[in-house]
Design a protein around this ligand. Structure first.
Ligand code: BGC
Length: 269
């Protein structure tokens, strides 16, 4: 029996796709049938390795270097995607970084960098994707929606995070950016949603899991008792990008092993 490809004929851009969650999402979208732009800002070899895996899966993938916080680079990336693929159906706005710092020591530069990449980057990419979705509209043989935007948020859109005020602010911003876009664009049949990962084993948080002591301490925050894997997020992204979730609009899907369930209260507070 031929394998079901829920994203057949669809074209996707995944930002920050040379490592971590973005890499896994890009590969999963490709395996689900999409052609994929693998965006990266550094790590060309790693991005090309992702593209190779996608080619093996039958996806017409390309790597594209762009800083998502630079308007001209985002515009060029979408122009390239249009040239290579003809259109775009799916954006996974995933690129993000941390510049952790005690609040009193936080520099304006460190603040601006995190907000620029994590929040402004999602705005710029989502705006470019939206313009294409509005131009093209629904093509019913491809998808029931005119386009899908998936914003990569974090449990820290809800959970305050000492020492990470810039990062938590960017993720809180993503929550209302996503919801406002979803409300505005749903009548145009553009579906905007977010995924809020908890602790996922990726390079962004190595120090939280790379020693037995760190992992033990991390697991006290995760009721389900294991650290997440990039594939846990990738499966959610494929679903949110597909017509299987066609009635899901403006939702944040927490994929966190229960991290947002106030585990400190599981023993009576
Ligand atoms: C952060 C990780 C952290 C996780 C749970 C993510 O958004 O990027 O560093 O481990 O949230 O706290």
């Amino acid at each position: 029996m031929p394998e079901f490809k829920p994203l057949a004929r669809q074209k996707a851009i995944v930002t920050g796709a040379s490592s971590g969650i973005g890499e896994s999402v890009a590969i999963a979208l490709g395996r689900a049938g999409a052609d994929v732009v693998v965006n990266y800002v550094e790590g060309e070899a790693a991005a090309n390795a992702v593209v190779d895996q996608l080619h093996q899966a039958g996806s017409k993938a390309i790597a594209h270097k762009a800083d998502v916080s630079a308007e001209n680079q985002v515009e060029e990336m979408f122009e390239r995607a249009m040239r290579e693929f003809g259109t775009i159906d799916i954006l996974v706005a995933n690129a993000g970084l941390q510049r952790d710092c005690a609040f009193a020591e936080m520099t304006l530069e460190g603040w601006n960098k995190v907000l620029a990449v994590n929040l402004t980057g999602q705005f710029l990419c989502a705006r470019a994707a939206t313009r294409e979705f509005l131009r093209r509209g629904v093509v019913s043989s491809v998808s029931r929606a005119a386009g899908k935007i998936i914003c990569m948020s974090s449990v820290h859109q809800e959970i305050p995070w000492a020492g990470h005020a810039n990062y938590a602010s960017s993720k809180g911003g993503i929550k209302l950016l996503m919801e406002s876009m979803a409300q505005e664009l749903a009548p145009k049949r553009i579906r905007v949603n977010a995924i809020a990962p908890g602790a996922i084993r990726t390079p962004i948080n190595t120090s939280a899991w790379d020693t037995p002591e760190a992992l033990k301490s991390l697991l006290t925050l995760i009721p389900y008792g294991r650290i997440g894997l990039p594939e846990d997020i990738a499966r959610a992204a494929v679903w949110l990008a597909s017509d299987e979730s066609d009635y899901v609009v403006g939702t944040t899907l927490f994929v966190d092993g229960g991290m947002t369930l106030f585990p400190g209260f599981s023993t009576n507070g």
